[in-house]
Design a protein around this ligand. Structure first.
Ligand code: SAH
Length: 241
């Protein structure tokens, strides 16, 4: 059996019982080095297959081979494995096999949901996820989605918002979003959610200091109704109070 397990954002408390159970049962854990480090104490002395960031295909192929040999294997992703994680890649590789293996995807709390809880209740109305990484999606497509989401006034959760390799993506994205949302639209930064340095920051599009944003930040941009009160970011659901 091959489990694809979403670990949640970091700490054990935010992991599901099912995910914990899977990690206990698995004989071999496969994952990116940083995530394995997060669950080190849960892994104990199990066999670990750990590789760097850009070796996803090799890592998944290895996990599939191990499962084919009869082992109980858990491939781990941070957050939810089906949100910019390993679940899709595993399923795409498995359907190509002559003798398919059984795969079970175990959900985890994705960064936007954990980040939203840290900041208040910003996702109470329609929202979407957009990744600013153009490693696998062309930048033109990302821009198109930013235009569509901002013009429809979705609350927008930006994943992979800013890295050394793409320092200007966030600024470019905010320029597009500002064509539809005003500069004083509330922005929440959820940094290192569920980890030691966890930090929530509330600001607006026009006041955002982009240097605060890194690869372990999820950026939540409100809709026209989103406001801040008592240090909490709230998007009204529409109740008449
Ligand atoms: N599968 C993951 C997402 C992987 S993409 C999930 O479901 O959460 C990587 C991006 O997710 C990061 O660039 C960041 O935007 C976001 N992210 C992942 N973990 C995070 C955390 N602990 N705190 C804040 N953002 C996080």
């Amino acid at each position: 059996m091959l489990y694809v397990v979403g670990l949640g954002p970091g700490e054990k408390e935010k992991m599901s019982f099912e995910a914990l159970e899977c990690l206990k049962q698995a004989e071999i854990i496969v994952g990116y080095t940083t995530y394995i480090r997060l669950i080190k104490e849960l892994v104990g002395d199990k066999e670990i297959v750990s590789t760097g960031m850009k070796q996803e295909i090799d890592r998944c192929k290895k996990a599939i081979e191990l499962a084919q040999s009869g082992k109980e294997v858990a491939v781990v992703s941070s957050g939810d494995a089906g949100v910019y994680g390993m679940a899709g890649l595993i399923l795409e590789l498995v359907i190509k096999l002559e003798e398919p293996i059984e795969v079970k995807v175990i959900p985890g709390i994705t960064a936007s949901i954990a980040g939203a809880a840290l900041l208040g209740a910003p996702l109470m109305n329609d929202f979407c996820h957009i990744s600013l990484s153009d490693l696998m999606t062309p930048w033109e497509m990302i821009e198109k989605r930013l235009h569509a989401a901002a013009s429809a006034d979705f609350v927008i959760c930006l994943y992979n918002p800013r890295s050394k390799g793409r320092p200007k993506h966030l600024v470019k994205a905010l320029e597009i979003i500002q064509q539809y949302k005003s500069g004083d639209t509330i922005v929440g930064l959820a940094k290192d959610v569920g980890r030691k340095k966890e930090l929530g920051i509330l600001t607006t599009i026009q006041d955002l200091d982009e240097t605060l944003v890194d690869m372990t930040t999820v950026v939540l941009i409100g809709n026209k109704e989103t406001y801040v009160s008592n240090g909490q970011m709230i998007t009204p659901r529409g109740y008449q109070l």
